[in-house]
Design a protein around this ligand. Structure first.
Ligand SMILES: *Cc1c(COP(=O)(O)O)cnc(C)c1O
Length: 399
């Protein structure tokens, strides 16, 4: 195999990094559709099972296609380790299981993904891991929430669906002082637009289901870290609990990563155009997008991000029924809770993605009934805007 001349540009790494060709000289990364691996002899089997030699044994532990995906994503996040999981939620659950024990305390941002909130407030709470929810835009609150047993900080930035931004550098400094690990859910920006590990985070969790795939095909996740001892704890937990990524899904995500830099660029361009257009629309009360000058943290976004992402949320004039009328009035946009897709998607967070959390939790996260989230896709910008206009025509001018 030809050697790398050095570290590639991120755009190149997305296409080339981590590929290991077999003796068949295949150009494309192959799918190793096998549950287990065979050994030359009993001694080799013993060495691999015992961990004295490294290599594939069983696909719940490692699989060559999955390893190629892990290696490529780690490189994009500027980290040395990655372990893939069956879903984004499996990545988050695995991280918490590996790093926390009963009696520990977590500080988390209030604007988390709905299932992550449920995971902390129902599942982990049951095992006596308590969570304090604080504002991601106010680092002082993180400092004040620290207890002697605080082991972990968890946040998602920008937040879903309001696009609030956390100053990762500042919160990382607070975590370090408290002796807590900082975990960032980097689903919205991907390593193309924000690299938390470069600015102080210990762990990045991903849902590969969103932008990494980018075409709505597979569910998957990953945990990235630059710390070998953390990685070993994660791997040990995941091997035992079993949420492994399938080789087929890993292959799909490898293909997704190849076009990720290119796709993120157009997601950003289209989203900014949509946000600006919505901002000037009389039936829209408020637009949340970090790329707008009116975003309260626009300057911070410019410092931390290399692009503002593809998610725009906005409030229509009115309440739930006006928001529903707007969504139902669109013709092309996909009504789905999924995001990060080539297809533009539209959803009403209060009754879908954030429906299962309590009203109190929704209020805390500022998910109002008039809020709509759009994950701006890769269609022609004029078609996206024309369809949003179709929807807004249904809102009515009152309210
Ligand atoms: C979708 C999502 C998850 C969960 O990922 P799955 O692959 O659906 O399990 C976690 N965090 C964020 C920010 C998400 O958008």
């Amino acid at each position: 195999m030809r050697k790398n001349a050095g570290r590639y540009h991120r755009q190149t790494a997305a296409i080339r990094h981590g590929q290991r060709r077999t003796a068949e000289r295949e150009h494309n990364e192959p799918i190793f559709a096998t549950s287990s691996f065979v050994f030359d002899n009993a001694e080799q089997a013993g060495g691999l099972f015992g961990g004295q030699t490294k290599g594939n044994v069983y696909s719940r532990f490692t699989n060559p296609t999955v390893s190629m995906f892990e290696s490529r994503l780690a490189e994009l996040e500027s980290a040395s380790h990655c372990v893939a999981t069956a879903s984004g939620m499996a990545a988050i659950t695995g991280t918490l299981l590996a790093l926390l024990k009963s009696g520990d305390h977590v500080v988390a941002s209030a604007g988390l993904f709905g299932s992550t909130v449920s995971l902390l407030t129902t599942v982990f709470d049951k095992f006596d891991v308590k969570t304090s929810f604080v504002s991601m835009t106010d680092p002082k609150q993180w400092k004040l929430a620290v207890r002697p047993n605080t082991q972990l900080f968890f946040l998602e930035t920008p937040s879903n669906p309001l696009c609030e931004i956390a100053d990762i550098e500042e919160i990382a400094a607070i975590a370090r002082k408290a002796g807590a690990l900082l975990v960032i859910d980097n689903a919205f920006l991907t390593p193309i637009l924000q690299r938390p590990i470069e600015i102080g985070a210990d762990i990045v969790v991903h849902t590969a289901t969103k932008y990494l795939d980018g075409q709505g095909r597979c569910v998957g996740g990953a945990i990235v870290t630059d710390d070998e001892s953390i990685h070993e704890k994660l791997v040990a937990m995941l091997r035992t609990t079993g949420p492994a990524m399938s080789p087929f899904n890993a292959w799909t995500f490898i293909k997704g990563l190849e076009t990720l830099p290119l796709r993120m660029k157009l997601h950003c361009t289209n989203a900014l155009a949509v946000a600006r257009w919505l901002q000037s629309h009389p039936r829209v009360k408020r637009v949340h997008y970090p790329g707008l000058q009116s975003h309260p943290q626009h300057e911070l976004a410019k410092r931390l991000f290399t692009g503002f992402g593809g998610i725009v949320s906005f409030e229509v004039r009115g309440g739930k029924y006006e928001a529903w009328a707007m969504i139902d009035g669109t013709k092309m946009l996909s009504i789905t809770g999924n995001l990060g897709d080539a297809k533009t998607t539209i959803t009403h967070p209060a009754t879908t993605t954030h429906a299962r959390i309590s009203q109190q939790e929704r209020d805390r996260a500022k998910i109002t009934d008039s809020l709509i989230r759009v994950s701006v896709g890769l269609e022609h910008i004029e078609d996206i805007i024309a369809d949003l206009e179709c929807g807004l025509e249904k809102v009515g001018s009152g309210g």
